[in-house]
Design a protein around this ligand. Structure first.
Ligand SMILES: [Zn+2]
Length: 222
């Protein structure tokens, strides 16, 4: 497990991935209190999205993410196809149709998204939804980190698509797996066997004698 990233899985089929880590939690639905007046998600800007369709993805973006000087969305298009090739080979699986990939220019914009109910924390790096078959994430401060988050979320997109396309119990079967398997796989396939940030979190947990137990890594979000 990598502590740096905490992930949060919703029973409705949604995986929230905290930047940088693998984690382990099966989450509860958004509490009703989150919907009360005064606690709604603030949306202070309207965005007009465009769609860039690549071979395997429908990439939704808005002009801030794309201009003649800023090739970020072209980078996303190239990176997402590269991840697709890599992961489809690894899983021996292909999508039947293209999937939505919704890209926000930065984390504050991502936190305003109306594609998700409930608040998005500062630490959430991206979200993959199974029911609507889409990945939602912001660009990060660096090309490399964006690529890492993208790879992590696209592993989840494959996990969902595979479980939905086989007669093994579907999404609920995936929800029954330990979080360290689901998130560990996403971290391993996106970052590799070793990653300095993950190692740092693990060292910190050991130093503080706060290493999560196996049960915590299996279900507990904290
Ligand atoms: Zn994840």
């Amino acid at each position: 497990m990598t502590a740096a990233v905490e992930n949060n899985r919703n029973r409705g089929g949604r995986i929230l991935c905290w930047a940088g880590a693998v984690a382990l939690l099966l989450t509860l639905p958004v509490p009703a209190s989150a919907q009360y007046f005064g606690r709604n998600k603030v949306q202070y800007e309207n965005r007009e999205f465009k769609v860039l369709t690549t071979r395997n993805w429908d990439i939704y973006f808005y002009p801030e993410v794309y201009s003649e000087e800023n090739s970020a969305i072209e980078d996303i298009a190239r990176l997402s196809e590269r991840w697709y090739e890599r992961l489809s080979r690894f899983f021996q699986h292909d999508f039947a149709i293209t999937k939505p990939l919704i890209i926000y220019a930065d984390h504050p914009d991502f936190q305003q998204t109306n594609t998700l109910s409930g608040a998005i924390g500062q630490g959430t790096g991206g979200v993959t939804e199974s029911l609507k078959d889409r990945v939602i994430m912001p660009l990060t401060v660096s090309y490399q980190e964006t690529n890492n988050v993208l790879g992590h979320e696209l592993v989840h997109a494959f996990q969902y698509d595979i479980t939905k396309s086989r007669s093994y119990g579907g999404i609920m079967r995936l929800a029954g797996l330990p979080l360290w398997v689901v998130e560990g796989m996403a971290e391993y396939l996106s970052l590799g066997r070793e990653h300095p940030h993950t190692a740092m979190w693990n060292r910190d947990h050991l130093y503080r004698d706060e290493k999560p137990t196996h049960a915590e890594r299996t279900r507990n979000p904290k």
